[in-house]
Ligand binder design. Structure first.
Ligand code: PEP
Ligand code: MG
Length: 565
């Protein structure tokens, strides 16, 4: 039996066999070959197999793929392109090298060619070349296409990390939970685990490498403890803990249909965070009073092209219709940092979290931003959609972004398309200067939403995905609490709402603290909604304020953490 201490990132206890997703070895070395013709024949065979794989995807999932089908159809055309195939064969003949190496060089050549083109659409095709070359390389190296497709029995996935499309696949398989080697509470696979209600542990590190396929695993997503091949008494102990946890969950059910409020009736609106429109269904089921954060960038990730206006419109409309008349705050594209959008082919940066990202990209690329704003506005005719801008650091950005909304409105008006002219516009407070200048910004917007994930990262100067320094990432740092209070006070003085949509909102015991700091809305993963309502219902407003004040007066995160127990 082996115990691994990871970070509990999505609550719940499960036991099942491990399904290990090891990163396939796709490294390529330049190996000389004698038989050039045989090597070129390997290319032909790999192209055929790759082609069949794509045809298989289209045949199997053609109906459900929607616009994604077009991507695979484009891949099919590209993979059959004679120049693409000859490129590889010529490298083999010219340099006498193996097919794997030729595949890589050919991919680099084609990508360079596409990236050098003037047309933005053609530049984005570089990502497709990367995708199809990777498919061919996997065939050449005998690596299976996506092992998650092969899951048929209940299991716990063990992986280095999971991409959003892996995580989406997980939802269609009998997966009971997952363990990742990297990441923490705010990594995107953890966020998705919580919205799917699957227990998960992250940051298991190198230790997770000892887990083999088929090992029996006990996973505690609350504490992050992982027991591999347990002894009988450990499994019995785990079963007792699980029964207790499940009982507590059942007791929380009473809050499902209650509104968020302290025991003496001070209202706090409890909402859910979503990444796809389908996630809104769970928020609704768990008694969410709205969607406080729709991370729209999830629609843009893990695909080689950009979603068109109509596709975005359908997604936003679907979320609004699921939540009927409740508010749905949709955040405009927040990419960069740890979130990549292949179609934008952004350059790698030294400091991605401080770089060209989110609103900075949108204000720089008018077409991209206008397309999204038009889709959001059109969807606002179908529910209470609100627009939120991420990564705001200055008044100018707010004014420029609002001007773009006006421009999108004018276009739609001219085209006779419906939208809500009074759509509410808010900003994320996640950069310390925005919190400090909240009194200035509050005059320009209808609401604030504090993004504590980034606010903590930037104010404490702690990379939120670097597990080596995760002990320095402290939500209860008095400096972080002061910044939250500044934003909440400025919102109140200007008569606007101030929510929190970072992970802190859904962390145990934090609802009462944030209520005491003056926050009016809390938005979190669907699985945290009931516990947050329960936390509030167990305190009077006065108790929340006293608790918040005592933490604000704390001298350190350590002192505050020990006072919270
Ligand atoms: C945040 O920063 O707190 C937030 C909610 O946004 P994200 O985690 O997507 O950066
Ligand atoms: Mg953020």
């Amino acid at each position: 039996m082996i115990t691994i201490e990871a970070l509990g990132v999505s609550e719940g206890l499960v036991k099942a066999k491990a399904f290990v997703l090891r990163e396939p070895d796709l490294s390529v070395t330049k190996q000389k070959v004698e038989d050039v013709a045989a090597e070129q024949a390997r290319v032909d065979a790999a192209i055929q197999t790759a082609k069949q794989q794509i045809e298989g995807i289209l045949e199997e999932a053609g109906q459900t793929l929607g616009d994604e089908a077009e991507i695979f159809e484009a891949h099919l055309m590209m993979i059959e392109d004679q120049d693409f195939i000859d490129g590889m064969k010529d490298i083999i003949a010219g340099e006498g090298v193996c097919a794997e190496y030729a595949c890589k060089v050919n991919c680099d050549n084609f990508q360079e060619m596409f990236r050098a083109m003037d047309d933005e659409y053609m530049q984005a095709r570089a990502a497709d070349i990367g995708d199809i070359s990777m498919r061919v390389l996997k065939v050449l190296k005998g690596v299976s296409d996506n092992p998650i497709d092969t899951i048929v029995e209940p299991c716990i996935i063990v992986a280095n990390d999971l991409t959003p499309s892996d995580t989406a696949k997980v939802g269609t398989k009998p997966v009971m939970g997952f363990i990742t080697q990297i990441g923490g509470r705010t990594s995107h696979s953890a966020i998705m685990a919580r919205s799917m209600g699957l227990p998960a542990a992250a940051g298991a590190g190198e230790q997770a490498r000892i887990i083999e396929n088929g090992d029996f695993i006990l996973l505690d997503g609350c504490t992050g403890e992982i027991i591999v091949n347990p002894a009988k008494e450990d499994e019995d102990e785990f079963d007792r803990k699980k029964a207790k946890f499940d009982e507590q969950r059942r007791m929380l059910e009473t809050y499902r249909n209650q509104k968020g409020a302290t025991s003496d009736g001070h209202r706090i609106i409890i909402e859910g965070n979503i990444g796809t429109p389908a996630d809104a269904v769970r928020v609704d089921e768990m008694g969410g009073e709205g969607v406080g954060l729709f991370r729209s960038e999830f629609l843009f990730m893990d695909r080689p092209d950009l979603p068109a206006e109509d596709e975005q419109f359908e997604a936003y409309k679907q979320a609004a219709e699921t939540m009927t008349d409740r508010p749905v705050i949709i955040r405009t594209l927040d990419i960069g940092g740890d979130k990549e959008v292949p179609a934008l082919a952004l350059e790698k940066e030294q400091n991605p979290f401080l770089g060209y990202r989110a609103i900075r990209i949108c204000l720089d690329r008018e077409e991209l931003f206008l397309t999204q704003l038009r889709a959001l506005l059109r969807a606002s005719a179908f529910g209470d959609i609100r627009i939120m801008f991420p990564m705001i650091s200055s008044l100018e950005e707010v004014l420029d972004a609002k001007a773009m909304v006006e421009k999108a409105k004018e276009q739609l008006r001219a085209e006779g398309k419906d939208f809500n002219n009074d759509i509410k516009i808010g900003i994320m407070i996640e950069i310390p200067v925005a919190a400090v200048c909240a009194d200035i910004l509050a005059k320009e917007v209808d609401f604030f939403s504090i993004g504590t994930n980034d606010l903590i990262q930037y104010s404490c100067a702690v990379d939120r995905i670097n597990d080596k320094i995760s002990s320095l990432y402290r939500p209860l740092h008095p400096g972080v609490l002061r910044l939250i209070k500044m934003a909440a006070d400025a919102a109140k003085a200007n008569g606007i709402e101030c929510g929190v949509c970072g992970e802190m909102a859904g962390s145990r015991g934090m609802a009462s603290v944030l209520c005491g700091l003056g926050v009016t809305n809390l938005s979190m993963s669907a699985s945290s909604i009931l516990a947050a309502k329960s936390d509030l219902a167990h305190h009077t407003y006065e108790e929340c304020v006293t608790l918040a004040n005592s933490l604000l007066g704390g001298v350190s995160a350590t002192e505050n953490e020990s006072n919270m127990g």
